[in-house]
Design a protein around this ligand. Structure first.
Ligand SMILES: [Zn+2]
Length: 406
């Protein structure tokens, strides 16, 4: 995954964006987040750590796409242990039915070699009215393998996401009554190779596309953006399905964790939600952001924040269950509304950065950018409204901030 923190902007564009201004106009008032909605995450660091330690153990060889067999076996064995049915084939039995082959292009003999294998299990919904509707919870299990003689263990990217997936799958599978809608648990292969796994899955769904009511994926949920002291998880994508904002509001935040909402256009296509966004299927992307060990051999289990990972796991559990039991299913809209939550998130990042400016030895231009981001978002929050123009300006400024600092 390319994380939150990497964007493609030229230096000329950077400067332009810093000085540009735009007129303000009123926008409809926002539904405020109720900060009192807090809960204790039911997950502990000790629940998620063993999965990360196994998947990012040097013996896993950095889980190269298409060749991460031991990791794949580990995931399938756990789905079987939890009593979850295979997702992909009723005809096949045993472990093979948990795999969806992602083929290479066919060769001259018409044969297609195996490029990779997606893994899937399903928890059928308990409500006969709603159980043909599907909520997907996913995380990619592949990483970079060995490069230049160095091992890329991929503890945060994305053993952390797979740990969440397995723990939530176990917890929901053990519930006396399953949620109303069907929940599919999917571990994608080949995310690091242009999303081939999720591209193939989205093009070869086990259900009619209209039955998929929500796609969720987590990628890197065990550290923090640029190593900022920010106890937050970014949640992106709710802007395309307004009802999801209500779901996020109702679920609230676990004790000790902030839910930082952002528009997906701030980062572009950076993980497995891409193929679903492209099909206008409502989605939510969870990530704690790109830290300084991103895509380096230093992304090892020893330095993961397991308390934070456990809290994010509790949050994702609640959101998936709320969506699976909700009387209303999220619906896609292209009519994006400016959202104060985003200004709140960017204000939070800018504030943290300024608090840590000395340690980070930020340059004058960086401080100017961050200062602008903080004052502009504070103005918007004080006023309580944000125009579409202001938002697009803010997105540009934030991309500058993210690229110039992280
Ligand atoms: Zn990733």
């Amino acid at each position: 995954m390319d994380g939150i923190g990497s964007t493609r902007l030229t230096s000329g564009g950077l400067l332009l964006l810093l000085v540009a201004a735009c007129p303000a106009a009123e926008a409809p008032s926002e539904r405020a987040i109720d900060p009192s909605v807090r809960f204790d995450s039911e997950y502990q660091a000790g629940d998620v750590r063993p999965h990360v330690e196994f998947l990012a153990d040097p013996a896993r060889g950095g889980r190269p796409g298409g060749k991460a067999d031991a990791a794949a076996d580990y995931i399938v064995e756990r789905f079987q242990q939890y009593g979850l049915k295979p997702l992909f084939s009723q005809k096949q039995s045993g472990r093979d039915a948990y795999f969806q082959i992602v083929p290479e292009a066919t060769d001259e003999t018409g044969e297609a070699a195996v490029m990779g294998r997606n893994i899937g299990a399903v928890l059928p919904g308990s409500d006969p009215q709603l159980n043909d509707e599907v909520i997907i919870l996913s995380a990619h299990y592949d990483h970079l393998g060995m490069r230049g003689g160095a091992l890329f263990a991929g503890a945060d990217d994305n053993a952390s996401g797979v740990a969440m997936l397995l723990e939530v799958a176990e917890r929901l599978a053990k519930q006396k009554t399953a949620p109303k809608r069907t929940i599919a648990f999917v571990a994608f292969d080949l995310e690091e190779r242009m999303l081939f796994g999720s591209q193939w899955f989205a093009a070869h769904l086990p259900w009619p596309e209209k039955n998929v009511k929500l796609f969720t994926t987590a990628d890197m949920i065990g550290r923090s953006l640029g190593n900022l002291d920010l106890p937050a998880v970014f949640v992106l994508g709710s802007e395309y399905a307004p009802h999801l904002k209500n779901v996020l509001d109702d679920v609230g935040e676990p004790e000790g964790l902030e839910v930082a909402r952002l528009g997906i256009d701030l980062i572009g296509t950076r993980s497995d939600y891409g193929p679903f966004r492209d099909r206008k299927i409502p989605f939510l992307f969870f990530s704690t952001g790109q830290s300084d060990v991103y895509h380096t051999p230093r992304d090892v289990p020893e330095t993961i924040d397991y308390e934070k990972l456990a809290r994010v796991t509790g949050l994702v559990d609640r959101i998936v269950v709320a969506a699976a039991n909700d009387g209303v299913a999220p619906e896609w809209t292209d009519e994006l509304q400016p959202n104060l939550d985003e200004a709140r998130t960017l204000n939070r990042i800018a504030t943290r950065l300024l608090d840590e400016a000395e340690n980070r030895r930020l340059g004058a231009l960086q401080l100017l950018t961050i200062g602008q981001a903080k004052s502009r978002t504070q103005g918007i929050l004080d006023r309580g409204t944000m125009t579409a123009d202001e938002r697009s300006w803010l997105v540009r400024l934030s991309q500058v901030m993210l690229i110039s600092v992280f």
